[in-house]
Design a protein around this ligand. Structure first.
Ligand SMILES: Cc1cc2nc3c(=O)[nH]c(=O)nc-3n(C[C@H](O)[C@H](O)[C@H](O)COP(=O)(O)OP(=O)(O)OC[C@H]3O[C@@H](n4cnc5c(N)ncnc54)[C@H](O)[C@@H]3O)c2cc1C
Length: 523
């Protein structure tokens, strides 16, 4: 995975592509893997970095969605549980199971959630994780020692999947490249180009690094721009009615002491009727989320003070030690690309199923869905795209396609587990250059070797790419990430042949973004 090599592939293409995918999040990269692995010629263009949009800002769950079960959406739950099982077997270095405890404070909760979670397990069929069961009060405390004990009667334990979203995305991008797709980050699609009979025949794009513009033709253009879906649709028809109801979700990150065990907490009903999770993640505690309708999507959404206060007060109802603003290490926001309902209503009630839509111009849009179901979404999308473009039909093979870095026992690599089979190569780098083996900041485990690796092999182009999406420093501890920025800039400048002015500019622009991840001391 190398940007110069990707441009070489772009320039070497003489005829039109079979498919051009716009958007390098879970949806677009999933489509690129599916199409390339069927043998279609695919170009994917991402305006910023892979995963800059929603796909690095999720709750990090590969799950069927207990909430959708409660809403009676059995088919979505079954589909997601199946995908959970497939993803675990195709990327075991990045997806693992996690125990979730639903604490019970009322007499009816144990039987109610006990039965519901048994059904959840049954729906997974052969893709099921360990069985759910009811816990006594002592067992609940053993699992979650920091839970509020006043009124606690016991709990219900069940198992779901957990992952590192942007690391999985980078491994998916690498998989697509290996399958022959051409993927470019920092290339923005600026327009859709007209072909004959009112149909589009390709895209106009700009490399935002060099400023160079180019035109690429394709049999079909796929709009996988998530929360930005309607912006691209308007390029083909300014009069279209919007499909997306963007909704913001916020997470807060705390240190490990708030949830010191291996189990997560799942609260089925917060005061606004949502599910709230507190989850151990990369040695920290992740708590969220909210569901706030917003007017427009932005690439760097900002958590509202009231969303931060809501998460703090909801968490305080369940944790013995109440988290405060001073305890927050990072706060991040993401925009759900929810598909609008015909009947109106709040965004929390909107379906998480996906939608495929074809404009009169032939632009094919895929939107909605969940991270968990990206593979199935891609399969549907490529089936439709091939039909629309009259390409020869070829079967989908991603159900059992190992993703880049596949390793059945990556735990042996410790902190480098998320690199899977690439981990020994990073260890080699550390052995050859011991100065690269040291953590860049005492609060986080990330080393110089990971910066070098990300720059050489994972198309990281900026300090933010390394600190936000190749490592998760910004999402785990924003101040520590800011301290790391000058060291990361110096290492990247050497790798990417940049000068001192670039380093200064990179640190400044990273700090500007990172300030949004540092909560104010008071609301
Ligand atoms: C708070 C929150 C929590 C969530 N938690 C979970 C969870 O735990 N599990 C789960 O399964 N799902 C979860 N989801 C849902 C999941 O994250 C999303 O469904 C998924 O990431 C959407 O991916 P996407 O590729 O469609 O959109 P995005 O990731 O936003 O990708 C779209 C990309 O298109 C690019 N783009 C836009 N316009 C252009 C252009 N003109 N040219 C080139 N590129 C362009 C953008 O830069 C962006 O990178 C969560 C969502 C949120 C918001």
């Amino acid at each position: 995975m190398n940007r110069a090599e990707m441009f070489a592939r772009l320039h070497a293409r003489s005829g039109p592509w079979d498919m051009i995918v716009v958007g390098g999040g879970a949806t677009g990269v999933g489509v690129a893997i599916d199409a390339a692995s069927r043998g279609y010629g695919v170009l994917l263009l991402e305006q910023h970095d892979f995963g800059k949009g929603t796909s690095s800002r999720s709750t990090k769950l590969v799950h069927g969605g207990v909430r959708y079960l409660e809403q009676g959406n059995i088919s979505l739950v079954k589909e997601a549980l199946r995908e959970r099982g497939l993803l675990l077997s195709n990327a075991p270095h990045l997806v693992h199971d996690r125990a979730f405890v639903v604490p019970n404070y009322d007499w009816w909760e144990a039987p109610f959630y006990g039965i519901g979670l048994k059904v959840y397990n049954l729906l997974a069929g052969k893709y099921g994780f360990a069985a759910s069961r009811i816990l006594s009060k002592d067992e609940t405390l053993e699992r979650v020692p920091t839970i509020k004990t006043q009124g606690l009667r016991g709990g219900v334990i069940y198992y779901d999947g957990q992952f590192d979203d942007s690391r999985l995305l980078i491994h998916m991008a690498a998989t697509a490249c290996e399958m022959g797709a051409t993927l470019l980050n920092y290339v923005r699609v600026t327009g859709l180009t007209p072909g004959g009979a009112g149909c589009i025949d390709g895209v106009q794009a700009r490399d935002t690094e060099s400023g160079q513009e180019f035109h690429a033709q394709a049999s079909v253009v796929i709009n996988a721009t998530g929360p930005f879906t309607d912006d691209l649709r308007r390029q083909s028809d300014a009069s279209i009615a919007p499909m997306i109801a963007p909704s913001q979700g916020v997470h807060l990150v705390f240190d490990h002491s708030f949830l010191p065990g291996e189990s997560a907490i799942m609260v089925p009903h917060t005061s606004d009727g949502r599910v709230m999770f507190a989850i151990p993640w990369h040695g920290h505690t992740l708590i969220g989320t909210t569901d706030t309708p917003v007017d427009r999507a932005s690439l760097e959404p900002i958590a509202l003070e009231r969303e931060i206060d809501f998460i703090l007060s909801s968490a305080s109802l369940y944790l013995a030690r109440k988290p405060t603003r001073g305890d927050i290490l990072s706060v991040f926001a993401g925009i759900r690309p929810l598909v609008k309902s015909a009947t109106g209503g709040g965004t929390a009630a909107l379906s998480r199923g996906h939608t495929i839509h074809v404009e009169k111009s032939g632009l094919l849009t895929i939107c909605g869905g969940k991270w968990t179901t990206y593979r199935h979404m891609a399969e549907d999308c490529v089936n439709q795209a091939a039909m629309l473009a009259r390409l020869p039909a070829r079967p989908c093979i991603t159900g059992h396609l190992h993703l880049h870095g596949f390793h059945p026992s990556a735990d042996a690599f410790g902190g480098l587990r998320v690199y899977g089979s690439d981990a020994p190569l990073i260890q080699d780098l550390m052995r050859a250059h011991p100065e690269l083996a040291k953590p860049l900041d005492s609060a986080l485990p990330y080393t110089g070797a990971e910066v070098v690796w990300g720059s050489r092999h994972e198309m990281a182009r900026t300090v933010e790419d390394i600190l936000a999406r190749r490592t998760r420093a910004l999402f785990l501890n924003a101040r520590a990430a800011m301290r790391m920025a000058p060291g990361v800039a110096a290492l990247m400048a050497r790798e990417l042949h940049r000068d001192a002015a670039w380093e200064v500019q990179q640190v400044a622009s990273f700090n500007e973004v990172a300030e949004n991840y540092c909560p104010k001391a008071t609301a």
